[in-house]
Design a protein around this ligand. Structure first.
Ligand SMILES: Cc1cc2nc3c(=O)[nH]c(=O)nc-3n(C[C@H](O)[C@H](O)[C@H](O)COP(=O)(O)OP(=O)(O)OC[C@H]3O[C@@H](n4cnc5c(N)ncnc54)[C@H](O)[C@@H]3O)c2cc1C
Length: 418
């Protein structure tokens, strides 16, 4: 919620000139805002919502992000926020138990995935950032377009409860997610990588007696992810692309039956918690990336530069990695007022390869595991050979966990402290 403190700073911020103006207070925007302000760069973050308490947007804080928190000296405080710890990733493939990842080979302080609601994560970062004098967060402030001057982007136009505003900035960053207004206004071209699936998200109360914390449950024709959130299961039901309308026409009872056939332990609570389609949210999955992430005066990072598939739960973590890389490359130059177009493009050069590699792995899993499972309603289900091999070899589970948890080309905090 916006504080009186924010209100004071926002009155002063609107209509001013700053060093960096960031559109979007998601993981990418909040982390970049924090790191730049920590380096003494006057930074304003615009967030269109009034608070962080909105729909489920992903819970999986990976070891790479925990390590960044540790490097910032924030990890202990961060982990005092409510969360669950996932040390191993496994599931059921039909009647067969499969084991895919084991994080316990990583350094103990981040040898797990922290399952923390995104609003806790963002609220924590916002709280830390607000302690920095160079940081301003404007809630209920929506970026609506760009200010352009002398052939470059010179700031953001926006709208708040008080009316239209303009903030001029040496550098503007689009962190406004996969439907980014900023990238559209900048006419940056998007390359669609393709996603053959969509996901239905819902939650079902967790019986304290449920002690099987498997993450994925697969039967012929259906794939359900169950994330343990303490007193409830956050569930993802994977469907073929565009299949939501067909499912809705068949009725909520049929949907509940399909879920319970895949995850029998949800049977006792699902009717109470999934009463109608209002309790089920559709995520239209997109995998895409910009061909250019910047133009003079402007940079896009996070989902605004590359929407990720939910496979692997990496979206938040990649957004954080982008923010760290951007701060490493730009903070000192921004502070000294000498950021050139090539400096902004350096962020794409640093982050394109990890983005491409991660998206390639996601597409391979979508195409070779998810699509065959969804198409197998009337055939026998076989555990794919690679999953069978990883289940049999514990060492491979540690390798997989390191790859998933740390990502490709993990970043370290190197931006200066003012
Ligand atoms: C249903 C769902 C489930 C997901 N599950 C996972 C998961 O389990 N693990 C995972 O790692 N990732 C998950 N993701 C993906 C993850 O949420 C994103 O990849 C990640 O949040 C990207 O961070 P970001 O900061 O780039 O963008 P976003 O998180 O999208 O943040 C963008 C922010 O900008 C704000 N904004 C948008 N437009 C404007 C504007 N014009 N002006 C001002 N503010 C604006 C938005 O309100 C938002 O706060 C999920 C996504 C969804 C939708």
């Amino acid at each position: 919620m916006a504080s009186a403190f924010d209100a004071d700073r926002s009155a002063a911020a609107i209509g001013t000139t700053t060093q960096c103006c960031i559109a979007g207070g998601g993981p990418a925007g909040m982390m970049l805002g924090y790191l730049l302000a920590r380096a003494g760069v006057r930074t304003i973050v615009l967030e269109k919502h009034a608070d962080f308490l909105r729909d489920f947007r992903g819970d999986t804080v990976h070891p790479s992000t925990l390590r960044i928190m540790d490097q910032l000296g924030l990890l202990d405080a961060f982990l005092r926020r409510p969360h669950q710890r996932l040390e191993r990733i496994g599931g059921w493939f039909g009647q067969e138990r499969v084991q895919l990842g084991d994080f316990r080979g990583l350094p103990p302080r981040y040898a797990f995935i922290a399952l923390m609601p995104q609003w806790e994560f963002l609220d924590f970062l916002a709280g830390e950032a607000r302690k920095l004098p160079a940081f301003t967060l404007l809630m209920r402030a929506e970026a609506t377009g760009l200010v352009e001057a002398d052939g470059r982007v010179a700031g953001i136009r926006g709208r708040s409860a008080e009316g239209e505003f303009e903030i001029r900035a040496d550098c503007t960053v689009g962190c406004d997610g996969r439907h980014s207004t900023v990238r559209a206004a900048a006419q940056l071209a998007v390359e669609d990588v393709g996603a053959p699936i969509d996901v239905l998200w819902f939650r079902v109360g967790r019986d304290p007696k449920d002690n099987d914390s498997s993450l994925a449950r697969i039967v012929a024709g259906h794939f359900v992810v169950t994330i343990d959130r303490g007193d409830y299961w956050q569930c993802a039901f994977v469907i073929p692309k565009g299949g939501a309308d067909d499912l809705r026409r068949r009725g909520i009872d049929v949907f509940r039956e399909q879920v319970v056939a895949t995850v029998p332990m949800l049977a006792s609570r699902i009717a109470e918690d999934v009463r109608s389609w209002d309790d089920v949210k559709l995520l239209t999955v997109a995998v895409d990336r910009l061909t250019r992430w910047s133009k003079p005066g402007l940079l896009c990072i996070g989902d605004a530069a590359h929407a990720m598939s939910p496979v692997g739960g990496v979206g938040i973590n990649l957004a954080i990695q982008d923010a760290v890389a951007a701060a490493n490359l730009l903070a000192a130059k921004l502070r000294d007022g000498r950021v050139e177009a090539d400096d902004l493009d350096a962020v794409r050069r640093r982050r394109l390869w990890p983005t491409k590699a991660t998206q390639t792995m996601q597409v391979a899993i979508q195409d070779n595991v998810l699509v065959p499972v969804l198409g197998s309603a009337h055939s026998e289900l076989h555990v794919p050979l690679p999953i069978r091999v990883v289940t049999a070899v514990p060492m491979l589970q540690r390798v997989f966990a390191r790859l998933l948890g740390m990502g490709v080309r993990p970043e370290h905090v190197r931006s200066p402290v003012a």
